[in-house]
Design a protein. Structure first.
Length: 159
């Protein structure tokens, strides 16, 4: 369950609608969606296995949802290759891919699984939003600290 929440949190962190700098979005997206150490097949297997473990998917559901996740992973890789540094366009394209993937997955779930899936997504989104907010606060604090150190060094030079 925790692994799934972490995976969903990472995905939602990338696509959170919070205002994040282009560098932050690019770094987060690259680290989660185009992890060079994992192929689309490996990412699809990992995500589908997490869903299987969390939602008790049948073998038939596993196969269909694996295909859905694989298609999304391949489309995400293609979007990164095609769009590269066009962060806003890339973010929009990946959001669209994920919405289609999510709708397709929902069609494969039983009502009980769907309820659990929605609860997991809500929890993951909350966790991701908190992480983004905390990261932004940390960045602002670090910037203020750096500026204060620079001012101190300049003041000491002028003495």
């Amino acid at each position: 369950m925790n692994k799934f929440l972490i995976a969903i949190a990472i995905i939602f962190t990338v696509f959170a609608t919070k205002t994040v700098s282009a560098q932050d979005v690019t770094a987060q997206a690259e680290s989660t969606m185009t992890d060079k150490s994992q192929t689309p097949e490996q990412r699809a297997t990992k995500m589908t296995t997490l869903l299987k473990d969390s939602l008790a998917l049948s073998d038939a559901q596993y196969t269909k949802i694996y295909d859905i996740n694989l298609k999304a992973a391949q489309q995400t890789d293609a979007a990164f290759k095609a769009l590269g540094q066009a962060v806003v366009t890339l973010q929009t394209k990946i959001k669209s891919i994920n919405q289609l993937r999510d709708a397709a997955i929902k069609k494969q779930l039983t009502p009980e699984q769907l309820t659990a899936y929605e609860a997991m997504k809500t929890n993951a989104k909350t966790t991701a939003t908190t992480k983004v907010t905390n990261a932004q606060k940390t960045a602002k604090t670090n910037q203020a600290t750096r500026q204060q150190k620079i001012a101190t060094v300049k003041a000491n030079r002028n003495k």
